[in-house]
Structure formats: C-alpha cells, structure tokens
Design a protein around this ligand. Structure first.
Ligand code: NAD
Length: 483
C-alpha cells in the first residue's frame, strides 16, 4: 500500500512541502522499516498554516450549523467507506494490530464527526427575560484553534479535536505526533473532499518546537493537547501567557478496584482491556489493579492464564491481538520499568521481556505483590505492564486509589451496585467505569482531573470548550441615570 504522503503538510486544501524542514521518517513498528519520509514544518510553513486558518475563519463561522454539520457528517461517511485503508495505514504508522484499528481508530473518528456534525445544527445560546428588558447570549466560536496529538490514537485524536472545533465554527491547525504523522493528512484530504472550505482544517508536521510555535502565536485562541503531563505543563504555561483557552488530555496511572464479590471473568477481562489493548499504550489504562484479598490469588492466576493466550505477532494478521510497541524508545522505557519492578521487590508473574525478533515487541507483563510506593505503582509506564496490589477494605482501597498526582480514569468491579456507585463517586478521576473498563463512546464526556488534565472531550461537554458566550443586554428604555 502507498504509505508515503504526497507531501508533509496539508494547508488551505492542498498538500504543501518545504524540504528545508528537518527530515524524519515514519517507521513500521513491526519491522523497524521506514514507511514514509517527511519534513518538519519550517517557520514559513507554520506561518502559512496559521494564516490560512485565520483567513478561513470568517467564511466558516458565517455558515449555518446545518451546513457545517453536513460537511462533517459527509466526512464521517467517507471515513467509514475507507475504514479498511485507513486502518491499514494506522497499523503501519503505529504497529497496533489491524484487529484493533479496524474497530477503534478511524471508526471512532467517524463517530466524532457524525456526532458533532449532528450537534452543529442545534448549537444555541441563551435568552434571559429581565422584566421589560432582556439579555441574550450568542454562542460564538473561539476562533483559530491548535490541536496537538499523541502517537497512540493518531486519527482518533485528530477527529476528537477537529469535530467539535469545526462544528462550533472554529478553524484548526493540527500537529500530529512526529512518531505517527500519516493519518491526520488523510483526515485533511477527506474533509476537503467532503466540502470543507480551504484553510478550515490544516495539518503541519514536526517535533515539539513546531507545537510550541503554534501555541505561542497571538492569532491562536485555543490549544487542545493530547500528550504527557510534562508537555502539558509547558503548553498550558505558554497558553496562559497569551490567556488562551486550553483542553489538556494528559497521562494517568489509573486504578481498577476489584472486590471479592466481583465476577472474576469480567474483572479479568476489564484488566486485560485496561492494560494490554494497544500494547498498553493507552492513557486511561487501569495499571494499578487493587484486588481484595479474598479473590486476589484467583485473580492473579486467571489473569496470567488468559494472558498466555494472547496472539502476539504480525499486526496485519487479523488474528493477532497484541502487536509491537510504537518505537524502540517506548519499548526501552517499558523494559526499564520492568527491571525496576523486579529490583524493588515486586513478583514478576509473567512476561516483561523483549521478543527476539525484528520489530519493537515485548511480552505483556503482570507484577503481583506490588506496593504503593514502588516506582511501577506510581509512574505512568505507557506500556504493557500491569501491577496487582492487595487490599482489605473499601475505605482503604479508595484512599490508596486516590493517592496519586493523576486523575484520568478509574474502575470498580463488584456485584454490589450500591458499592459500585459509592466507589465511583469517591474516585478522584474524570472518567469512571463500573463493571467494565476503557469504553469511551463519543456520547460520554472524557477527560481528567488533577495532573491528568483540564477540560473534556466528546459529548455535549466538548461544545463548552470550543465556544464562548457573548452576552447582550437589551434595554427597552427609558435609561435612568443618577444625575
Ligand atoms: P508527548 O507529550 O511527548 O507529545 C505529545 C505531543 O506534544 C506531540 O505531538 C509532541 O510533538 C508535542 N509536543 C512536545 N513538546 C511540545 C511543546 N513544548 N509544545 C507543544 N507541543 C509539544 O506525548 P506522547 O509521547 O506523544 O504521548 C504519550 C502521552 O500522551 C502519555 O502520557 C499518555 O498518557 C498521553 N495521552 C493522553 C491521552 C488523553 O486523552 N488523556 C490520550 C493519549 C495519550
């Protein structure tokens, strides 16, 4: 398949190249081979993209919500028609098994475009009657938005940002992760084909400094970042200097609390989905598995047993359900954490080593007897490494689950639904699951608290983060004055 894009950037409805930008490659993680060569944006490209997005604002916001929504929904249809090709490209770019990308990546992006395409027509402000006078509030777009993506869900992240932004009448310059630059360009192509006016959605490539240049520009009204906490701190600070709106979708170290009365198979399945999908490279993963003492041994044994049936291998083979990690560097990070876990006294039950074959493969790992102060229980690994911790009481589990700087997600497994709701209410996390894990439908708000982020993506909540209210007071007269 054709993996080399026509050019590195997509600006004002067309592919654009500037070969003086730093060269970099997209690498297929299953083999380590370069599948595309691109150039990072130069200052001239950044300027071209920002100018195009700025110039497109007036026409786009002047369109009705129905018109904007129709274009987004058309793009959703095109994505679904091309789901297989887009999934193949996403698998080449990320190494994630085709079995996953066929259902979770472009498909989720299409859901976002369809959802916000439908919401666009219904956007409204407010009316407040004040006696004879009245006030109304106009819901306005923020203006030029910048989206910056991580590498684990490239087209999904691009769509989750573009869809609500564009539905509200904003324009966007999107910078994908330098590790996975390819599918955001396809999204730009598809939006253009669906009728999006030129300049409304633009893609520029590059490393952190390109992102930083976008964030600093005074024409930019809002920045939405998906990335790590350290990057989030830098981007938030830069945006604050310009008094810009932000959405920060950052990292996590989320807990899953499994009580004695839980359905064991469901809890184990939740732990698998919450630790090993996408080779563990998911922000909301429940990497701290707090298991009540009565079910602890059975849980660890069953989790290890089911992990043995993981099909690790060629991501293009649709029976593969565990692929390589995205890069050599990311695998090294995960392997170092496994070493730390062993040194600090956790019990490595299964996995944790690199596979001796081409590509960035490692065997998924489970640690038992993990304690709260161990490094593997405190830091985000962003790899297939699960930690199982033992607890006795509900109060203890909640306190320990919340004892972290992060607050992205949390889960609880129990047959006692009153307890399920009580524990969910007590979690310090933006997204919680009861008796399931890691489902993120577009209809549900998604985002973190504490260091895991600011703002929400998806659902009606996202509209609040891509629009603002302008209040207009209407005096019906006469005007009173003190003198
Ligand atoms: P990262 O923070 O290294 O990079 C994220 C993006 O920010 C990249 O596009 C990068 O080029 C850009 N960037 C880096 N420095 C920048 C700067 N100074 N200014 C502007 N942009 C800059 O993250 P990553 O390694 O690509 O992704 C993994 C991280 O993302 C993990 O921490 C994971 O938890 C998080 N993540 C969060 C979510 C979520 O929705 N909460 C989803 C996916 C990933």
């Amino acid at each position: 398949m054709q993996t080399q894009p026509r050019a590195s950037h997509f600006i004002a409805g067309a592919y654009v190249e500037d070969e003086s930008g730093e060269a970099f490659a997209s690498v297929y993680p299953a083999t380590g081979e370069a599948i595309a060569r691109l150039h990072a944006a130069t200052p001239a490209i950044v300027e071209q993209a920002l100018a195009a997005a700025d110039a497109a604002r007036a026409e786009w916001r002047a369109m009705t919500g129905v018109e904007r929504g129709r274009i987004l929904r058309r793009a959703a249809d095109i994505i679904r028609e091309r789901n297989r090709d887009l999934s193949l490209l996403e698998t080449m770019d990320t190494g994630k098994p085709l079995q996953e990308t066929l259902v979770a990546d472009a498909a989720s992006g299409a859901d976002a475009l369809e959802y916000f395409g439908s919401v666009a027509a219904g956007l409204k402000g407010e009316h407040v009657q004040l006696g004879a006078d009245f006030a109304y509030a106009i819901r306005e777009p923020l203006g030029l938005c910048v989206g910056i993506g991580a590498w684990n869900y490239p087209i999904q992240i691009a769509c989750w940002k573009a869809a609500p932004a564009l539905a509200c009448g904003n324009t966007m310059v999107f910078k994908p992760s330098e590790t996975t630059p390819l599918t955001a360009l396809k999204l730009a192509e598809i939006l253009t084909e669906a009728g999006l006016p030129e300049g409304v959605f633009n893609v520029v490539q590059g490393f952190g400094e390109v992102g930083a240049a976008l964030v600093e520009d005074p024409r930019v009204a809002k920045v939405s970042l998906t990335g790590s906490v350290p990057t989030g701190r830098k981007v938030y600070a830069s945006a604050a200097a310009g008094m810009k709106h932000v959405t920060m979708e950052l990292g996590g170290k989320s807990p899953i609390v499994i009580f004695d009365d839980a359905d064991l198979e469901d809890a184990v399945a939740g732990a698998i989905n919450g630790n090993f999908y996408s080779s563990g490279q998911i922000c909301s993963n429940g990497t701290r598995l707090f298991v009540q003492s009565g079910i602890y041994d059975a849980f660890v044994a069953r989790l290890a047993e089911r992990l043995k049936s993981a099909v690790i291998g060629d991501p293009m083979d649709e029976s593969t359900n565990f692929g390589p990690m995205v890069s050599e560097q990311q695998r090294e990070i995960a392997l170092r954490y496994v070493e730390k876990g062993v040194i600090e006294g956790a019990q490595l039950v299964i996995g944790g080593s690199a596979l001796d074959q081409p590509g960035f493969y490692m065997c998924p790992a489970i640690f038992a007897d993990v304690t709260d102060e161990m490094t593997i229980a405190r830091e985000e690994i962003f790899g297939p490494v699960a930690s199982v911790l033992k607890f006795e009481t509900e109060e203890e589990a909640i306190a320990r689950a919340n004892a972290t700087e992060f607050g992205l997600a949390a889960g609880v497994f129990t047959r006692d639904l009153a307890r399920g709701h009580r524990v969910a209410a007590a979690f310090e996390a933006g997204t919680c699951w009861i008796n399931t894990y890691n489902l993120t439908p577009i209809e549900m708000p998604f985002g973190g608290v504490k260091a895991s982020g600011v703002g929400r993506e998806n659902a009606a909540a996202a509209i609040e983060h891509y629009s603002q209210l302008k209040a207009v007071y209407v005096g019906m007269g006469p005007v009173e004055a003190p003198f």
